[in-house]
Write a protein that binds this ligand. Structure first.
Ligand code: PBG
Length: 308
């Protein structure tokens, strides 16, 4: 009876697995604050991607961990940079049956850890950053990414990326815009995941957790600039924002169940305080119930297995 009248579906195809690949790594390296998640080698990434696809996930979101960082994040636009190499690997391995996504952001590649390039005063220079994103986007499309995820919250990033892709002949490459991204404490474990160099915070470009209306305005701008899907991030503390976005967005809504949300549950489960499978499925179901069409989650492959 419960199955018959259930209002919310949770299917493997709605789940996207974020994955990390480290340049020159010889063995997968565990991320201590995200038990079960690793920085992959090129080889282990390919294998884990194939496993996730076999489990039925709808997409993979790739993050690169370069060996060398510099002021402008050169590795991001280098065709031989870790992320672009890994994108080519995945595209060769998986073809077009699974949506291969790339994080289109500089923070993993910069030596100051910010999502853009800096001006003379050390602040993030919005427009100079846009030029780097355009270049990065084209490199990622060339490497085989189907869908790009600009996550830097620079004003105008979606429009600039769309234009650059079209001009380079990549009209078919889509944009999943991180539209409503909050300056959240829950990103903590991600910093370890990508060996982040960041000191300070991202409050000059990410949103204030107290603001909801602002999220809807950011979404509207991104849709007008050509976003094919939009995202709210983090997920659990922002279910109201997801719901508001789902009620008005003309394009699919994604939610990112981020590193700190993952770590919280894993820590409690490791202590025996929560039933892991029930908790994970309840978390994911609640994000779907709020209105997210797609969920980025580090549990994607495992949850897909359970749901099958
Ligand atoms: C920025 C980016 C971040 C995450 C995804 N893309 C970090 C940040 O904005 O500080 C966080 C993902 C997570 O915490 O799981 N490239």
């Amino acid at each position: 009876m419960r199955r018959l009248v259930s209002e919310t579906t949770l299917r493997p195809r709605q789940l996207i697995l974020p994955m990390f690949v480290a340049e020159g790594a010889e063995a997968p390296k565990p991320i201590s604050s995200m038990p079960g998640v690793v920085q992959h080698t090129r080889d282990s990434l390919r294998k884990a991607a194939v496993d996730a696809v076999r489990a039925g996930v709808g997409g993979l979101m790739l993050f690169g961990v370069p060996k060398v960082h510099d002021a402008i994040g050169s590795g991001a636009t280098d065709d031989d940079g870790v992320l672009n190499v890994a994108l080519r690997d995945l595209r060769a391995e998986l073809g077009d049956d699974t949506v291969i996504m790339a994080d289109t952001c500089l923070d993993e590649f910069t030596d100051h850890g910010h999502c853009g390039v800096l001006d003379a005063e050390g602040g993030v220079d919005n427009d100079a950053t846009l030029a780097r994103y355009a270049e990065m986007a084209v490199a990622q499309a060339r490497a085989g990414a189907h869908l790009l995820g600009p996550s830097g919250m620079m004003d105008g990033q979606v429009g600039v990326i769309r234009k650059a892709l079209d001009e380079a002949g990549y009209e078919g490459t889509g944009i999943l815009a991180y539209s409503a991204k909050y300056a959240s404490a829950f990103y903590g474990p991600f910093r370890e995941a990508v060996d982040s160099q960041l000191k300070g915070d991202r409050k000059t470009y990410q949103q204030d957790p107290g603001n909801a209306r602002e999220a809807l305005r950011e979404i509207e701008l991104d849709v007008a600039e050509g976003a094919d899907a939009i995202m709210v991030k983090p997920a659990l503390s922002y279910l109201d924002v997801i719901k508001a976005a789902a009620e008005t967005s003309p394009v699919p809504v994604a939610a990112y169940n981020i590193s700190g949300e993952y770590a919280m549950v894993e820590a409690a489960c490791a202590n025996g305080w929560l039933d892991r499978q029930r908790t994970v499925l309840e978390v994911l179901t609640s994000i779907r119930r709020a209105g997210a069409d797609l969920i980025l989650t580090y549990w994607a492959a495992e949850a897909a297995d359970w749901l099958d």
